[in-house]
Design a protein around this ligand. Structure first.
Ligand SMILES: [Zn+2]
Length: 351
């Protein structure tokens, strides 16, 4: 697998450097031409490539093409060279035949038998194998038939917070992830202790491995909490109302930036989009100019609410209510101000 990942990286970097050179000399490069040059002129020069799956270079070029497409559409940065040990991965398929993943042991084309820590049941066309902090991961997409679940509540408003992960209009609160902050402190300490080690030395490598595994742990804890929240919302509510957050504007505010980036608002919305589709509910997005935190959810009065105020004390009707709960109730009631999120087909969702 390491050899295949290396092959994939080699092809990606080769393609990128040829693309750069072609562009420099006034040609208009494209992936098809690159592939042609590679198979006719370059591949025969490297006998070791014969022992590896030819699917690897096909997918490597395809992913380079997609990186350039994103760049030209203004969605991504200019493609960069891949480094060994960073995001090592490769993709293979079974020449058009389906790959059956069944149980703990799987026969992958070209690679052979691999065992997984968790059982997988899926029929897929291609698999991507990647290395993260020394462990290998298998990912694939497969078709899933949406299962419509019975809904306890018709409409729920969700306010994503800084202090808490989320507050629901029925009063339920999803707490912020403390354990995550604990690991984060450990992480910055390890990075600090590692600062004087000679780069590339055995001790440095050992410490880097530890740091990478901790990074993965932090990312997994965060992913897990978000998945639990979005699954709960989509499974139990007919309509989930959230705010269209102007994340870019908020990220400019440095105080807020960290916790917002931490809790992954984009990822929250992305998960809700496909999960509401899976479980037969609806996602509604409220316009970002809707003043969800300034309105009184009891009488409709509007007053300023500086971020430091954690409680909404209405100057008109006198109600005293938690800031986030007030906002989530306003979102729930914001009928007519919502735009429906675009749906995603279940087949697109990767498992
Ligand atoms: Zn009021």
């Amino acid at each position: 697998m390491a050899q295949h990942a290396g092959y994939s990286r080699w092809c990606y970097n080769w393609g990128l450097s040829l693309w750069n050179a072609a562009y420099k000399y006034g040609y208009k490069p494209n992936i098809l031409k690159l592939r042609e040059v590679f198979t006719n002129h370059t591949k025969p020069l490297y006998p070791w490539m014969k022992n590896l799956s030819s699917k690897v270079y096909q997918y490597a070029f395809r992913s380079l093409g997609e990186a350039f497409k994103r760049f030209f559409q203004g969605l991504g940065k200019y493609p960069r060279f891949k480094k060994k040990g960073k995001h090592d991965s490769f993709t293979i398929d079974n020449c058009g035949k389906p790959i059956e993943l069944n149980g703990w042991s799987h026969k992958l084309p070209f690679i052979g038998i691999v065992k997984t820590y968790e059982p997988i049941e899926a029929t897929t066309k291609k698999v991507t194998i990647s290395r993260q902090a020394g462990d290998w991961y298998l990912s694939c997409s497969y078709e899933l038939n949406p299962t419509i679940t019975p809904k306890k509540t018709d409409v729920v408003g969700v306010d994503l917070g800084v202090k808490t992960l989320a507050t629901l209009s029925d009063g339920k609160v999803f707490e912020s992830l403390r354990s995550y902050h604990k690991f984060e402190a450990k992480l910055s300490r390890m990075q600090y202790l590692n600062r004087h080690k000679e780069i590339g030395s055995a001790n440095w490598k050992k410490a880097q491995g530890k740091i990478a595994r901790l990074h993965r742990k932090v990312a997994n804890i965060r992913q897990d909490a978000l998945h639990k929240l979005t699954t709960y919302l989509a499974k139990n509510h007919g309509r989930v109302v959230i705010e269209d957050l102007n994340v870019r504007g908020m990220l400019a505010n440095h105080k807020l930036a960290k916790s917002i980036a931490d809790q992954g608002f984009y990822e929250f919305r992305r998960q809700l989009e496909y999960k509401t589709h899976w479980y037969g509910s609806e996602l509604a997005i409220v316009d970002r100019f809707f003043p969800s935190s300034k309105i009184c959810s009891n009488c409709g009065h509007v007053q300023d609410m500086p971020l430091s105020l954690r409680t909404y004390n209405c100057k008109k009707c006198g109600i005293s209510i938690d800031r986030d709960l007030n906002a989530s109730i306003n979102l729930k009631n914001a009928v007519g101000l919502t735009v429906n999120a675009c749906g995603r087909s279940a087949a697109d969702s990767s498992g």
